[in-house]
Design a protein around this ligand. Structure first.
Ligand code: APR
Length: 233
């Protein structure tokens, strides 16, 4: 069996991390056009650093929830039986890693990584960034959050399209379906006659495209679904 999972902020909500578009969510406090664009970073880098510093700090206070753990356990069991398991996440937190997930594609980047604006050198970074962090490799650029902003190209798109082509089942968990290209993965899966499932607190913008939708909390529904799959292995 070959499963492709897409996760969004909703899978980390029960760990205590804010989602983006709920009332009081991240985009209520920081308008996205002032934060998550290259222009915003050029105009006010200190504000952008502050936004990601706050999220990087918050990350240290939370732990993976049962949804993260169930997916990691399913990957282990499925691959042990010769299956394939790919997890694409829009999330920039490290909760999937900390739950033991192995094959993860962070299509929107990672909080615990910074990147040079000039030479693209990346390095793991888990504390606070600031506007004057020179690149230690090229000594020309400054370091920026290693996050994909609006108007930039998400990472791993070739791997994701390959996974969509080869999977048997595409499962979307905890995402509003508001942002492309991730929101369009279900359409590609449908066009390839893949089975599709959505697990979300409320119907996403793409709910109608899924063969099946299970509404509720990821922390409850994801372990249940993983158990069903494991029993069928
Ligand atoms: N269990 C399951 N789903 C949940 C839960 C939960 N406990 N809590 C919230 N959700 C759902 C919400 O109903 C919503 O549909 O998670 C979704 C979160 O949606 P968004 O806040 O829009 O987050 P996401 O879909 O990940 O955003 C996509 O937008 O701003 C960009 O780059 C950012 O990666 C992000 C992208």
């Amino acid at each position: 069996m070959n499963i492709l999972i897409l996760t969004g902020a909703g899978i980390s909500a029960e760990s205590g991390l804010s989602t983006f578009r709920a009332n009081g969510g991240l985009w209520d406090h920081y308008p996205v056009q002032q934060i998550a664009t290259p222009e915003a970073f050029a105009k006010n880098p200190a504000l952008v650093h502050r936004f990601y510093n706050e999220r990087r700090t918050a990350l240290k206070t939370v732990i993976p929830n049962p949804a993260h753990k169930a997916l990691a356990a399913l990957e282990t069991a499925l691959t042990a039986k010769g299956g394939q398991f790919t997890l694409v996440t829009q999330n920039v937190d490290d909760l999937h890693e900390r739950a033991g997930q192995k094959n993860i594609l962070h299509m929107h980047g990672e909080l615990n990584s910074i990147r040079c604006t000039h030479c693209n050198e990346r390095r793991v970074f888990t504390s606070k960034t600031s506007v004057d962090m020179a690149c230690e490799i090229c000594h020309h650029g400054v370091m920026r959050p290693d996050i994909v902003w609006f108007g930039e190209t998400p990472f791993f798109m070739e791997e994701i399209e390959a996974a969509l082509t080869t999977c048997d089942l595409f499962v979307s968990i905890g995402t509003s379906g508001a942002v492309y290209p991730a929101a369009g993965f279900v359409n590609m899966a449908q066009s390839l006659n893949k089975d599709t499932l959505e697990i979300n607190l409320e119907p996403s913008e793409g709910s109608n495209y899924f063969n099946q939708t299970r509404l509720g909390k990821a922390g409850e529904l994801v372990p249940q679904w993983c158990t069903e799959i494991l029993q069928g292995l």
